[in-house]
Design a binder for this molecule. Structure first.
Ligand SMILES: [Fe+2]
Length: 216
């Protein structure tokens, strides 16, 4: 029996986005959790899937619903976590890596903003296992544009449901408000977890894939 629960977030710490906007957004998120549990608790009965087909079938609907709701839950967990309850001053190992890689903090913010304005779902700062470098990935929906073995660091929801109540069509204003709420302690924690993981992988697999960051 799968019984995933929605996580709780400190929305009172968010500045510049109304409680009503955040509460409505949270309701959508809890809906993804409910549907994911429903999908995962659907027993596999072979007789129910004799129509399997890549155009339209019960299995196709189930699998599309699974990735949409699963990615929806994960992305919202990470998004709400990285915009609540913390130190909003850019700092730490991740901040240094951003300067290193993007040239300046302003360039990074400009790039992130333009990705956010250009996509319909998400802008995600990741560190990718293929090169151990930072990348800003754009996605039109929860399960579109997702990259395997890429580690999420900063998640920004740019669906209209994330801001329309407060900002109308002014998505750039929402993005700048979101950026002011980023919890840099959460970001640095994620970044350090990835580095630790990459170092273990390199040791275990004797790989020489260069990780430019060192925790120790
Ligand atoms: Fe959302």
């Amino acid at each position: 029996m799968y019984n995933l629960k929605p996580e709780l977030f400190d929305f009172n710490s968010v500045k510049g986005i109304s409680k009503k906007q955040l509460d409505e957004h949270y309701k959508l998120y809890t809906g993804y959790v409910t549907k994911l549990n429903e999908i995962w608790n659907t027993p596999y009965v072979p007789a129910n899937y004799t129509d399997s087909n890549a155009t339209y079938s019960k299995m196709r609907s189930l699998k599309l619903g699974e990735t949409y709701s699963l990615d929806g839950v994960k992305l919202h967990n990470l998004y709400f976590e990285n915009m609540t309850g913390g130190n909003n001053t850019p700092h730490g190992l991740l901040f240094n890596a951003i300067i290193n890689q993007f040239g300046s903090y302003d360039t990074f913010i400009s790039y992130l903003t333009n990705v956010g304005v250009s996509m319909r779902g998400w802008a995600v700062l990741t560190i990718d296992s293929i090169d151990n470098k930072l990348h800003i990935i754009g996605s039109d929906s929860h399960d579109n544009g997702a990259v395997w073995l890429s580690f999420p660091i900063l998640i920004m929801d740019v669906y209209e449901h994330a801001y329309f109540m407060d900002f109308g069509t002014d998505r750039k204003k929402y993005i700048s408000t979101f950026i002011e709420n980023i919890n840099w302690d959460v970001l640095n924690d994620r970044f350090e977890k990835y580095i630790s993981l990459a170092q273990h992988m390199n040791n275990d697999m004797n790989q020489r894939r260069f990780c430019p960051y060192n925790l120790f």
